[in-house]
Design a protein around this ligand. Structure first.
Ligand code: FAD
Ligand code: UDP
Length: 368
């Protein structure tokens, strides 16, 4: 008889939702994480009374009512709506691309004028019928000005390669609208947990054994002996000792500052879209929760080949990496005692609501 039904590797969103569901069905779980905190990349830490998003800005959004009710059953969400502002050579533009942006770019004031301006901007690229990369996709979506002022510099900094070598699907994430609506997301529900994301994780993991600062792969055999099954949310290539080679990730690092100032930039997120500025965005954390503290905490976000702390941020889902991932995934499919889930184990550009959906589905299938 093993002490636990499940050893859950990773106290991020996938691991915590899975463990919560397992406990609900009477299963015993041990959750471990190699970091010294729960929450994975959603972790927030209170500094100067401000909930700081330690691994980058996290805005919860979904159109799935079940997922929205689920997260709200643990913690209350505020009315935060993500409306980033883009700064290009000293000029400000609203995002996502909407009537405000079109006015700021071309002084057009009606949807009809905006559409005809964009038509004119796109006319040079009509020959592109099947966009093969992000550059082509962006040019046929919005034309030259939008691409050059708001997309090219940001994207090339973010991904560290020319936009012509980046998969087109990444830019399809950006909505395009002909209304004066600065809401970055199209989803029905949106907000930030009041009190920070860490509270959500504390409540998900309430009553569950959690051990931090433990690297599963460093002590795999003895940890495996503790439970009948393993739920693994770490990197899939590392699990298999990189036997087919390493999957690539885009790294990030944050330059953090506490400023003796009440309000630095008037918005939680300001994107710097020109190539000459080395960071992609500046996050002013207090604005996620309408903070009135006397100080403010800001993070400049720098994309990098690898993050300094070796954290894996964005999977690079290009052809080479996808082929490699499938090799690992074929091995994973053959495991009967290990369940793989989450953005690292599935090598997927997952939003939080997708991870919750997946963890709920996987737990329904696996826990009778
Ligand atoms: P993680 O949060 O990475 O959790 C995995 C955990 O496993 C980690 O804590 C890790 O330490 C642990 N682990 C790994 N290997 C081991 C090991 N060997 N032993 C022990 N522990 C291990 N989503 C949104 O919906 N909205 C947003 O605004 C948003 N913004 C984002 C901004 C950035 C910069 C990034 C990178 C992501 C963003 N996301 C956003 C996505 C969101 O972070 C993920 O969907 C979510 O964190 C994934 O949860 P997870 O459990 O799969 O992975
Ligand atoms: N993007 C851009 N300009 C911006 C913001 C985003 O060109 O001001 C592009 C960029 O290629 C980025 C993609 O849109 O990788 C997706 O952006 P999103 O903000 O959805 O990504 P996140 O960084 O939040 O995952």
């Amino acid at each position: 008889m093993k002490k636990y039904d499940y050893l859950v590797v990773g106290a991020g969103l996938f691991g915590s939702v899975f463990a919560h569901e397992a406990k609900k069905k009477g299963r015993k779980c041990l959750v471990i994480d190699k970091r010294n905190h729960i929450g994975g990349n959603c972790y927030t830490e209170e500094i100067e009374g401000i909930n700081v998003h330690r691994y980058g800005a996290h805005i919860f959004h979904t159109s799935n009512k079940e997922v929205w009710s689920y997260v709200n059953s643990f913690v209350e969400f505020n009315r935060y709506t993500n409306s980033p502002v883009a700064k290009y050579k000293g000029e400000l533009y609203n995002l996502p691309f909407n009537m405000n942006t079109f006015y700021q770019l071309w002084r057009v004031t009606t949807p009809e004028e905006a559409k005809s301006k964009i038509e004119e901007q796109r006319s040079e690229y009509r020959h592109i019928t099947d966009p093969k990369n992000l550059e082509e996709q962006a040019l046929i979506l919005g034309g030259k000005d939008i691409y050059e002022k708001l997309i090219k510099g940001y994207t090339e900094k973010q991904w560290g390669r020319p936009a012509s070598e980046i998969p087109a699907f990444i830019i399809k994430r950006l909505p395009f609208r002909f209304t004066f609506d600065n809401n970055y997301f199209d989803d029905i529900y949106q907000g930030i947990p009041i009190g920070g994301y860490t509270l959500l994780f504390q409540r998900l993991l309430d009553g569950i054994d959690v051990k931090l600062g433990i690297d599963y792969l460093a002590d795999k055999d003895s940890l495996d002996r503790l439970a009948s099954k393993v739920v693994y949310t770490g990197e899939i290539d590392k699990f298999y000792n990189y036997c087919f080679g390493k999957l690539e990730y885009r790294g990030l690092y944050f330059e953090n500052e506490i400023l003796d100032l009440e309000n630095f930039q008037g918005n939680a997120v300001v994107n710097y879209t020109e190539k000459e500025v080395p960071f992609t965005r500046v996050i002013e954390h207090k604005h996620f929760e309408y903070g009135r503290q006397s100080k403010t905490y800001i993070s400049k976000e720098y994309p990098s080949e690898f993050s300094k702390d070796d954290e894996k941020y964005y999977p690079i889902n290009d052809e080479r990496n996808q082929i490699l991932f499938h090799k690992y995934n074929n091995l994973a499919d053959k495991e009967d005692k290990v369940i793989f889930g989450g953005r690292l184990a599935e090598y997927k550009y997952y939003d939080m609501h997708h991870v919750i959906e997946k963890a709920l589905t996987v737990s329904k299938i696996n826990i009778e």
